[in-house]
Design a protein around this ligand. Structure first.
Ligand SMILES: [Zn+2]
Length: 118
């Protein structure tokens, strides 16, 4: 079991999170976060944790990429979007530029953790 911790900060809104990821081999066994921020950043973090718990490293990387692409409007593939499960609820945030950094904070923080593993 390995534990990875990383903090992220969105100065535009004051959102701050610290993300903790427990890896058991190739599986994300658990994720937890602490910190504070607006309702959107907190909700996005919670849904990310629910979605990725139990996934493999490869699955998690793919989902994180699809989510970020969805918010940046770089994917419209239904097949890809289905992999997001409940996180697809944030799709319309792409229409609210001021909120994009809030919704992506946790996902970018996790992306850093996942990519550092190699
Ligand atoms: Zn925010």
């Amino acid at each position: 079991m390995q534990i990875f911790v990383r903090s992220g900060h969105n100065p535009n809104c004051g959102d701050e999170i610290t993300l903790e990821v427990k890896m058991n081999g190739n599986i994300i066994e658990d994720l937890a976060f602490s910190g504070h921020g607006c309702a959107i950043s907190q909700a996005s973090t919670s849904i990310m944790i629910d979605t990725l718990k139990g996934k493999t490293l490869e699955e998690a990387k793919e989902i994180v990429k699809i989510f970020i692409d969805m918010i940046k409007r770089e994917t419209k593939s239904e097949e890809e979007l289905e992999k997001l499960e409940d996180a697809i609820a944030f799709k319309d945030i792409a229409n609210m530029p001021a909120r994009v950094k809030c919704v992506l904070l946790a996902w970018h923080t996790l992306e850093d953790i996942l990519n550092k593993k190699h």
